[in-house]
Design a protein around this ligand. Structure first.
Ligand code: GLA
Length: 333
């Protein structure tokens, strides 16, 4: 059996998924491959890239204690799936690890397809999201796992993270998308991510669901930090809608300007950028042919996503919008 799960890059809409907001990620042509066979009573996966072997009993009860560290993602999925039999195989990846291109969601979805029989993209995504909460202890939203399981070739996916409705937005051939690493690994991710989530919950306790709130309403939140977090979320949801529309009508100037606004909002109001990310965004925006750049994913290091004309010279991963995860060649959707 051979399984491939893509990574993802988020074009716009960060830190909006866990309050039921809008996101616009795309599945990419880099990803995780698992080759192996079912059998036995443990999931045994070797990964040269991650280092070592994950050996997880099918009846695992405490996935967070699995070792080596990356095995917690495998253990989380096994704990959620409760498969009847184990699996023995090998993991390879073309994704940079921990760079903000969803190497963890890609691994989770690949393991879920290798070990279990669930093939509905939304159900696969939900179980992998729960696996990340249980295994890695990161209270992530649904964006990464859902676009990995439900991405559409040649398109980004506009996801309403409340209704979970998805609309494929075609990426035209006359734009190129890159991810460029800022040189810093992501730091403080788990705890800082949980803190941002808590700030958003504090805002919602005052103004109700942020996905329905207006900027005027969030400006009335008394606590400055909570007000800023909420302002980012509400303004970012608006930018996702406008960006999708701009891409669809070929207005790349507007799309690039929205990426700039998104980066500044993540930097100033949501406080998830770093000096290295800010400098990289500035440098890229000054490169001929680049129409926009912003940090992508959770922040705190990792990658910048770049929108450029095909002639632009950008050194980084040139990413193609790709199809969802697939089992032995058959795409999930
Ligand atoms: C991580 C999480 C996602 C999302 C992004 C920020 O990638 O896994 O659910 O919250 O951060 O947009």
């Amino acid at each position: 059996m051979r399984v491939f799960a893509p990574g993802r890059v988020n074009l716009i809409g960060d830190h909006t998924d866990y309050t039921g907001g809008l996101v616009l990620p795309m599945a990419i042509d880099l990803g995780t491959t698992i080759v192996g066979e079912r059998g036995g009573d443990a999931v045994v996966l070797r990964s040269d890239a991650c280092g070592g072997i994950a050996e997880i009993p099918v009846a695992v009860s405490d996935p967070a204690s699995a070792r080596p560290e990356w095995a917690r993602y495998v253990a989380g999925v096994v704990a959620e799936l409760r498969p009847r039999q184990g699996f023995v195989g090998n993991i390879t990846t073309t994704l940079p690890l921990g760079a903000g291109l969803s190497s963890s969601a890609s691994l989770e979805v690949a393991v879920a397809l290798a070990v279990g029989d669930e093939r509905d993209p939304l159900r696969v995504a939900r179980l992998c999201q729960r696996a990340e909460h249980r295994g890695a202890g990161v209270p992530c939203g649904i964006m990464d796992q859902l676009v990995v399981a439900a991405g559409v070739e040649g398109h980004a996916l506009l996801i309403d993270c409340h209704s979970l409705e998805q609309r494929a937005v075609r990426i035209p051939d006359d734009v190129s998308i890159y991810a460029v690493h800022c040189g810093e690994p992501r730091r403080l991710m788990g705890s800082a991510y949980a803190e941002r989530r808590a700030d958003c919950a504090a805002a919602e306790a005052i103004v109700g669901p942020l996905r329905d709130a207006s900027i005027d309403l969030v400006e009335q939140i008394p606590d400055e930090r909570v007000r800023r977090r909420a302002r980012h979320v509400v303004s970012e949801n608006g930018r996702v809608r406008s960006f999708a529309a701009a891409i669809e009508r070929g207005d790349y100037g507007r799309a690039g300007a929205l990426m700039g606004e998104s980066h500044r909002s993540l930097r100033d109001d949501f406080a998830v950028s770093t000096t290295a990310l800010d400098q990289l965004v500035d440098r890229l925006c000054a490169t001929p042919g680049v129409v926009g750049a912003r940090l992508t994913g959770a922040g705190f290091g990792g990658c910048v996503v770049v929108l450029a004309t095909p002639a632009a010279e950008v050194t980084g991963w040139h990413l193609r919008p790709s199809a969802a995860a697939r089992v032995s060649g058959e795409v999930l959707r």
